[in-house]
Structures are given as structure tokens and as C-alpha cells.
Design a protein around this ligand. Structure first.
Ligand code: PGA
Length: 249
């Protein structure tokens, strides 16, 4: 299975800046057969970044989608709309959406299902808050988030699924999870995937996210159970993200 590195640009960069970053990455990121590199611009910049990435092997990702295919859902974006613009991966249930927009595990599962029905590859994001970790509930929280989302997916859902473990306290704080904490949670997620999908779970990648940087990516990528990384802040700088994409594990 190829490793997967995704840059999540969040609500940053307008079209010219996003296109410039796309062009810089297309020129600098060296293709390698053991890894896939992807970037997730805002919806409005997807088309420009798709054009900027043409001819490169960097893959387009969206940050969200809606679960219905079309209709009276003002402001929402469907899987088919993302498909036609060249998107392959789509983040679902990022903690910022859970926190600021009240996304629930049920919504996350429905979004992942809608993505798969349109041949997109959902990246289901899970992760505990600091208070949950402090009170010893991190594993229970992550397991519940994961299982409630997976409940919405068919038994065949493993083939296009990715899970991202992103402890909320590590996002944007410069305080990444330690390799041992990440290894422990990735093992738990892997167990649940095995229980849900059996042998097919092998194709599901489990990414780590939260303050990934050029300085810690090698160690994180060498951590057992870490099949890739989801990068926020450091993905906005061409040089930093290029180094992350060139991780040495
Ligand atoms: P960060 O964000 O790398 O800035 O911590 C990660 C994420 O939210 O996906």
C-alpha cells in the first residue's frame, strides 16, 4: 500500500496564491512509487489548483462535501461536483468542522458514504480533545467516532477508505503526538478496521495529523501503524511541504 501525504490548506489562500503554491509544488515534489502526495485547497481554488497540478502526480483533495447528490441544500457542494473538477480524496469530519459547525459522527458517516458512491475516496478524521486525553477517555472517544461513521458505510467500503487520527490538542499547536501515543492510537484504529472489514482492512490507510512538520515527519512516518500524514500549517509553505513529501522513514 502506498503511503499518503495530504496537505490541508484549510480556509487559506485566494485563487492566485493557491495556484502559485500548486505550481511550486508541481515543480518541486519528486514523484516516488511508494507514496501519494495530495493537496486540499478551498472549494473556490480547486479548479485553479487542478490546472496548476496538471502534468504532476499531485492529487486533488477537497476539504468537505455534502451527503445528498443534488437539490435544495443552499451553500453545499456534492460529491459529483467535486468529481467533475478532478478531486480524488475528500476530508470528512475534520475536528474544526465538528467544533465550529456541529458535525456529528452520523453526518460524517453519511458524507463518507456519499463520497464513495461518487467514486471519491473519503478521509474520515477522528481525534480526541485534550480533556478526553487528560481523563483517560481518548481511546473510547476515538473508537466511538470511528465506529459510528463506519456504521454508515457498506461492508465493501474498505477499498476506498482512509482514516486520519488527529488529536485535537495537537492541531496547530506545534505539539505533535509522541510516536508512542500515535502508535497506540493507530493500533486501536487498525484493530477496529480489522474487526469491521476483515482482510479488506489492509487497504485502509491510517494517517496521523497534528503539527506535522519537516522536523518530525521522518520520525512520525517511521512510527508503527502510521501510513501517512495529514498536514495543516506546514502545507502552506512550498519548501516545508516538499520536504514533508520527501520524508525518509
Ligand atoms: P496542523 O493541522 O498541521 O496545522 O496541526 C493539521 C490538520 O488540521 O489537518
Amino acid at each position: 500500500m502506498k503511503r499518503l501525504i495530504i496537505g490541508n490548506w484549510k480556509m487559506n489562500l485566494t485563487i492566485p496564491g493557491a495556484a502559485a503554491l500548486g505550481r511550486a509544488l508541481a515543480a518541486a515534489v519528486r514523484p516516488a512509487t511508494d507514496r501519494e502526495i495530495a493537496v486540499a485547497p478551498s472549494f473556490t481554488a480547486l479548479a485553479a489548483v487542478a490546472a496548476a497540478l496538471k502534468g504532476s502526480e499531485i492529487v486533488l483533495t477537497a476539504q468537505d462535501l455534502f451527503w445528498e447528490p443534488e437539490g435544495a441544500y443552499t451553500g453545499e457542494i456534492s460529491a459529483v461536483m467535486l468529481q467533475e473538477i478532478g478531486v480524488r480524496y475528500v476530508l470528512v469530519g475534520h475536528s474544526e468542522r465538528r467544533q465550529h459547525l456541529g458535525e456529528t459522527d452520523l453526518m460524517v458517516g453519511r458524507k463518507a458514504l456519499a463520497a464513495q458512491r461518487a467514486d471519491l475516496h473519503p478521509v474520515i478524521c477522528v481525534g480526541e480533545q485534550e480533556t478526553a486525553r487528560a481523563s483517560g477517555r481518548a481511546a473510547a472517544v476515538v473508537r466511538a467516532q470511528l465506529l459510528r461513521a463506519l456504521e454508515q458505510l457498506p461492508a465493501t467500503g474498505a477499498s476506498t477508505l482512509t482514516v486520519a487520527y488527529e488529536p485535537v490538542w495537537a492541531i496547530g499547536t506545534g505539539r505533535a503526538a509522541s510516536p508512542s501515543d500515535a502508535a497506540e492510537m493507530h493500533a486501536l484504529i487498525r484493530d477496529e478496521l480489522d474487526r469491521t472489514y476483515g482482510g479488506a482492512a489492509r487497504s485502509v490507510r491510517v494517517l496521523y495529523g497534528g503539527s506535522v512538520s519537516p522536523g518530525n515527519v521522518d520520525e512520525l512516518m517511521a512510527t508503527p501503524g502510521v501510513d501517512g500524514v495529514l498536514v495543516g500549517g506546514a502545507s502552506l509553505k512550498a519548501e516545508a511541504f516538499t520536504r514533508i513529501a520527501a520524508y525518509r522513514a
